[in-house]
Design a binder for this molecule. Structure first.
Ligand code: UD1
Length: 360
């Protein structure tokens, strides 16, 4: 049986790795990885494959960056001949990036079955490109693997048959549990529990120069009492440069290149507070028990609010300042680890898929 895993952007790589490893235990499954090339910088892509022990992708579409329509269309155009030549029995898609929805659309027109890993998450905010990708992918996919019960509820509300839905847990946490013992010591001059880690890359935070400046000013203020370390996504670096920011050191803010998986995991593990707009970081900090502030109006991962350490601070500078001050004064919210975030989600996925393949 042929399985093709389609990935394209940084947050896909830590999700495909455990599924690929779990499936490699089944001799009947013949699997390959297709990389769309949505992310192409060495430190946004190759370094993740190396650290996660993944083979180089068998196919690389090299699509690169472009507008949403052009990028999505280019992936569709370039993936179709590969699918026609390879004719996989199942295509596995991950998360909510443009590569996820593009591959799903093409597969369904070719009558190739699709399984969506990390299905059912909803921010209920269709101004986010990822929300559009989630809704379309979930409507079309044949099998939907959800990380938490809210995912099942969202899918059933949208009329998706419960037969297609499987609550398996969080594959990204599978990777975290496996890799955490290999995470390095944090670099000098950072000290455990004495710095704030920042990641920001959403268009809603970085594409508006006035808001980005306000946010950066708030970070400079937070850095007066604590070192702030900020690995900068290429999109963010471009927008910071346009407003004259982004030199190596501003105040007590250390700006870094995007970090490899293990190095970033170490930075999260030892931070006093993480300020982010990423999806995955909300989940990883919840698992690690590290306080997290999410600079967004909503989240598709509500379990990190109800059970975890995450606080939604919105686009509200005074709230960002006051919440950071509270957490850094020791009044952080305590959380616990959600059910099935136990390192075995990928094994469950592999077992279910093998059952599907063997079904008459
Ligand atoms: C994409 C995902 C987002 C995910 C993020 C993680 C979509 C719609 N968005 O957003 O959900 O959270 O990845 O990083 O799929 N660039 C480089 N090198 C690269 C990749 C990008 O320089 O390797 C620059 C380009 O200038 C590009 C910009 O970053 O225009 C944005 O990249 P793109 O893939 O369009 O979206 P992300 O913001 O990375």
């Amino acid at each position: 049986m042929k399985i093709l895993h389609v990935v394209g952007a940084r947050p896909n790589f830590m999700k495909v790795a455990p599924v690929f490893h779990a499936m490699s235990k089944y001799r009947d499954l013949n699997q390959a990885i297709l990389h769309t090339g949505q992310h192409y910088d060495v430190n946004m892509s190759d370094v993740f494959f190396q650290q996660l022990g993944m083979p180089a992708p068998a196919f690389n579409l090299d699509v690169g960056s472009d507008t949403h329509a052009r990028q999505t269309a280019e992936i569709m155009i370039r993936i179709e001949p590969v699918l026609l030549a390879e004719r996989p029995d199942w295509v596995m898609v991950y998360g909510d990036v443009n590569s996820t929805v593009a591959a799903t659309l093409v597969c369904k027109k070719l009558l190739i079955k699709v399984a969506h890993v990390e299905a059912g998450l909803r921010s209920f905010d269709r101004t986010m490109p990822e929300e559009v990708n989630r809704v379309v992918t979930d409507q079309l996919a044949d099998l939907l693997f959800t990380p938490s019960q809210d995912g099942n509820e969202n899918l059933e509300r949208e009329g998706i048959s419960s037969v297609r839905i499987h609550l398996v847990g969080n594959v990204m946490i599978d990777t975290l549990i496996k890799m955490l013992p290999s995470a390095p010591v944090i670099p000098h001059p950072l000290e455990r529990g004495r710095y704030v880690l920042v990641t920001l890359h959403r268009p809603s935070n970085v594409d508006d120069p006035a808001w980005l400046r306000l946010l950066f000013d708030a970070l400079v203020e937070i850095s007066e009492g604590n070192t702030v370390v900020f690995p900068v996504h290429p999109r963010t670096r471009k927008h910071l440069a346009q407003i004259g920011l982004g030199t190596e050191r501003t105040g007590n803010i250390i700006l870094l290149e995007p970090q490899p998986y293990l190095d970033f995991l170490a930075l999260q593990r030892d931070a006093a507070l993480v300020i982010t707009d990423s999806g995955g970081v909300q989940e990883e900090t919840t698992f690690l028990g590290v306080p997290c502030m999410t600079v967004r109006e909503n989240t598709e991962r509500p379990i990190t609010l109800s059970m975890g350490t995450n606080i939604l601070v919105g686009r509200d500078i005074s709230r960002i300042r006051s919440t950071a001050a509270e957490v850094l004064a020791g009044c952080a919210k305590k959380g616990c680890v959600p059910p099935l975030w136990d390192g075995k989600a990928s094994e469950r996925i592999a077992m279910i898929l093998v059952g599907e393949v063997q079904a008459p």
